[in-house]
Write a protein that binds this ligand. Sequence first.
Ligand code: WT7
Length: 633
Amino acid sequence: MTLQIQSLEQYQKIYKESVEHPEKFWAAQAETFTWRKPWSKVMETNLSEPSIKWFVDGKLNITENCLDRHIPTKGEQTAILWEPNDPNEKEIRLSYRELLAEVCKVSNALKQKGIKKGDRVVFYMPMVPELAIGVLACARIGAVHSVVFAGFSAQALADRVDDAQAKMIICSDYNQRGAKVIPVKQIVDDAMDISCNSVESVLVHRNTGGEVNWSDEIDQWWHELVEGQEEICTPEPMDSEDLLFILYTSGSTGKPKGVVHTCGGYMVYSCYSFKNVFQYQEGDIYWCTADIGWITGHSYIVYGPLLAGATTMIFEGVPTYPDAGRFWQICAKHKVNQFYTAPTAIRALMACGDQHTQNHDLSDLKVLGSVGEPINEEAWHWYNEKIGKNQCPIVDTWWQTETGGIMITPLPGITDTKPCYASYPLPGIQPCLMDAEGNEILENDKEGLLCIKYPWPSMIRTTYGDHDRCKQVYFSAFPGKYFTGDGARRDSEGRLRIIGRVDDVINVSGHRIGTAEVENAINEHPSVIESAVVGYPHDIKGQGIFAYIIAEQGTWNDDSFQKGVKQTVSKVIGPIAKPDMILIVPGLPKTRSGKIMRRILRKIAANELDNMGDTSTLLNPNVVDEIIKLAYG
Ligand code: WT7
């Protein structure tokens, strides 16, 4: 059984051991799984390359550990509990036995379509059980899944499909999100028209049953292919370091990068972190509201909970449909014990009023989780009082797509909690704060750049197709350490507080968006000459997107121009990257070397005008006053 820490003393003891004898610690975690062949060495890592190998030479299949392993003890237990968008529709329950059978059928179906070990399969789907089943089916046959969040545009989907050179896309006909119906198959058709030359077939899951365009050569219905397949499929023995999945995420430069995770280390870490952070107990109902299109959904809807033999809920809908009480209605209906969501959702629901939290029995809740962005004090207290009734510890979990699993978090009922603090590292994780000169900051009550100074099993292995980029972005700033891109503060008692990104990445509603990506999208608008994008504080989203645009004459302050820019961004990336504020400006503050001084633009966007700092090195210092005047009159 995976370690589950029970007390503060045990946490402290195990943490110490994990630092002193990391290989022994991780070997003990890994031993609890089913391996086809044991590893010869716990780890073999060189962070400057980086070359990262865990459980070297080990052979396993993660789905054997998620599914087959649980059949003797909990075959009839619900593995996946699916709650539909429409509250009047019935939920679906899949026991571990049923889930295994479904996964095997889809595995056989994929094989029949020629999908083999190592092939990439892109998913572009709503939150239906078939998404989890499809992902697991890939893992079972050794295909590499890459789930693309279904809010991305056809162009963004095509970019990811091309980068991964995917052989197949699996999608739905339509998605339902609240009152909206989204023509997903059409978006896939559009992506196929843009490029996607590597794609041989598109598998379509019938979700709403709406009309779709069809090409007999490429398209195939999921139900037609899957029906009648064998319910048995031998899991492919995978090397620990064989690819499990690619997940695209934004960075500070142009193109999104494909973060690569591998089989062995990811399996060990997602299960270990799940069990400890949520203190899952037999029989509990666990619910993470994230989308499987993000890492949170991978690690804490699908893999972590299933590896731990938990009952994991998948919710198709949105927090405000049919009303802002939906989350709490679902918690009451299914007697949810652990609830994991994002601060942006909490803030949005808080703004809808407390009446929506009432009349729902939330007494089964034991642990509340927060993820994706800093949780502000007001939202933390609201979550604690209105949802947790002051009875449920809040775990403010800090991690990243690249870390594969939760790194810094309170342990509920074990370590203390403090608003805004992700607090303490999990055993096995060694965070540190660095100063700009590359020295580790050892004192408390100091702020610095957050690094991890020792490898852990689920860390990023590479960025797909571009290893050098991985090295540059994460392993070059501080040699021998993983650099997170976040700034953090350690309080006088050693708790860590995440301040936010120190690079050109904005966190909008918990979604990571690169400023360069948004600028490139805006620049595709025919009347745009140049643009600069920064984040600014936003009450609900955490950060909003502020775009400064130099436009061709005649388009100034024109409503339809602003609308056009937003449409362009939606088309190139997706609605999540649409600017919240657009300001047409005569120029952008630039240094003599031509670099845009974003520091100044950030201050203006945040309405922090008293201290603009040194603008004397600017090529065009006057433009600063002009921009301020345009923004604030
Ligand atoms: C970035 C990673 C981790 C899954 C969801 C986001 C920010 C994440 C927290 C937190 C403050 C947080 C960081 C990080 N972030 N969790 N608890 N407190 N900030 O994954 O899209 O890879 O984004 O999200 O800035 O670097 P992601």
